[in-house]
Design a protein around this ligand. Structure first.
Ligand code: FMN
Length: 426
């Protein structure tokens, strides 16, 4: 999900003004009731002007904008729950490492060890222009900077040794200064003295989530991530992606089992198969659907899809300095599909790694089969343009999840305090 208008046009929507956070806090509580590992808040740092070359269509449809800051929402969600992990997206382009390490440490303490950071480098020129740059740095350079950024973050999180807080009233000692160290980092991009001025947080560092899709991005994810989120086209691609990540992790000396690869899916649930199918078709044919999807793809790829005729093939394979993985998934180059077909596929394609349409029992069964074939590790349940309504939450939490639990595929209670430990359970 993201901190944007909820399913505001839907007859069962919340009205489109979730800015007091209450709806999303309720969402977190609902997912906790269903024993999810974590909720993930996506983020971007711009008002897109890519689609149709203007801010108009994004703002008119409420697509990707307005978007409020995920960090305070993560705190609110975390303090209204006890077990659910809360993951917020924050960009290495936007925060100086010291500030971000301090923020992550503080939120991990506030949530008693349930915080995660979705590590992104940002992918749009418009975001870069909010931070003193004219253009987004090229992908290679972004990852090179991010690599050093992670090194600084790691050093900062280690700048307080375990046991540095003594809290000995009789000796009059709060913290042992011999266990708190400057890091004196001087690299190519960053110069940071340290130490952090926050205590070591319950997890030491937040859980790292990543979504690298390019070869460079996959190496980065395989090196750093505790959990990787991905969108694939079908079971074969899911299996190949996971195997690729595990191979890269092993080559880097990591135990691949420590990385939980989650695949995006957007299930459509109904009381009968026909009912679910009808809902699915209705969503695809909603008057605003194609526009919303194209606005969303344009925003994240920095390519204006309004320039292409809707009932023709794309003229060439498109390349972006932004989210190439998402773009490749969308354009299905070589498939011979028209743009309209790509969008319609996108409802079960852009955000869904496999099609899941049916009753809760049918979908749960299919999810189990898919995971058996892929080998693990799980799914990230989402919606095509990330809008959520209460009804969808109920369908997932009270329909789908109980069916998964009945099959022994998901937990029925949390066993651990820390997000990292809960993640390792499956
Ligand atoms: C499920 C998913 C969620 C993502 N969330 C964000 C996000 O919140 N913010 C962002 O800037 N990029 C996000 N991305 C983009 C990735 O961080 C990354 O830029 C993209 O997958 C392209 O990878 P690459 O740079 O290695 O090609 C997301 C990607 C996926 C697949």
């Amino acid at each position: 999900m993201n901190f944007t208008p909820d399913e505001w046009r839907d007859p069962f929507g919340q009205g489109g003004s979730p800015w007091d956070g209450q709806f999303y806090i309720e969402m977190a509580q609902t997912l906790e009731r269903a024993c999810f590992d974590y909720i993930m808040i996506e983020d971007k740092l711009m008002v897109s002007e890519t689609y149709g070359g203007s801010r108009e269509r994004g703002l008119r449809g409420g697509v990707m904008v307005p978007k409020h800051d995920p960090a305070p929402l993560a705190v609110a969600m975390g303090m209204a729950t006890k077990h659910l992990g809360v993951v917020a997206t924050m960009s290495t382009l936007a925060y100086p490492p010291f500030l971000l390490a301090r923020l992550c440490s503080t939120v991990d303490s506030l949530t008693k060890g349930r915080f995660g950071w979705n590590v992104v480098t940002s992918a749009e020129d418009l975001s870069a222009q909010n931070f003193g740059l004219d253009k987004l740095p090229a992908r290679e350079l972004r990852y090179e900077m991010a690599e050093e950024y992670m090194e600084v973050m790691g050093k900062l999180f280690e700048s307080w040794e375990e046991g540095a807080v003594v809290l000995d009233r009789e000796a009059g000692m709060y913290a042992d200064h011999t266990k708190v160290h400057p890091i004196n980092h001087e690299g190519k991009f960053f110069k940071v003295r340290g130490p952090l001025n926050t205590v070591r947080s319950p997890q030491g560092r937040p859980v790292y989530v990543q979504a690298g899709a390019s070869p460079r991005g996959r190496d980065f994810a395989a090196k750093h991530a505790d959990s990787i989120v991905s969108v694939a086209s079908g079971v074969g691609e899911m299996k190949a992606f996971r195997a690729d990540i595990r191979g890269r992790a092993a080559a880097l000396g990591r135990d691949p089992d420590q990385i939980k690869v989650l695949f995006c899916v957007t299930p459509t649930l109904g009381e009968t198969t026909a009912d679910a199918r009808e809902t699915h078709e209705r969503r695809l044919n909603a008057p605003y659907f194609i526009d919303d999807m194209l606005a969303s793809v344009s925003a994240i790829t920095d390519i204006d899809f309004a320039q292409f005729p809707i009932d023709q093939n794309l003229p060439a394979r498109l390349i972006t300095n932004g989210e190439q993985g998402s773009l490749d998934k969308f354009q299905q180059w070589g498939s011979g599909k028209t743009l309209r077909q790509l969008v319609v596929d996108g409802a079960g394609g852009l955000c869904s790694s496999v099609e899941l349409v049916g009753t809760p029992a049918e979908v749960a069964c299919r999810m189990g089969e898919v995971m058996d074939e892929v080998g693990g590790d799980g799914f990230l349940i989402t919606t095509p343009v990330l809008r959520v309504g209460r009804r969808y939450l109920t369908e997932v939490a009270d329909g789908l999840v109980p069916e998964l639990q009945r099959r022994g595929l998901t937990r029925t209670e949390y066993r651990h305090q820390l997000l990292r430990d809960n993640l390792q359970e499956f």
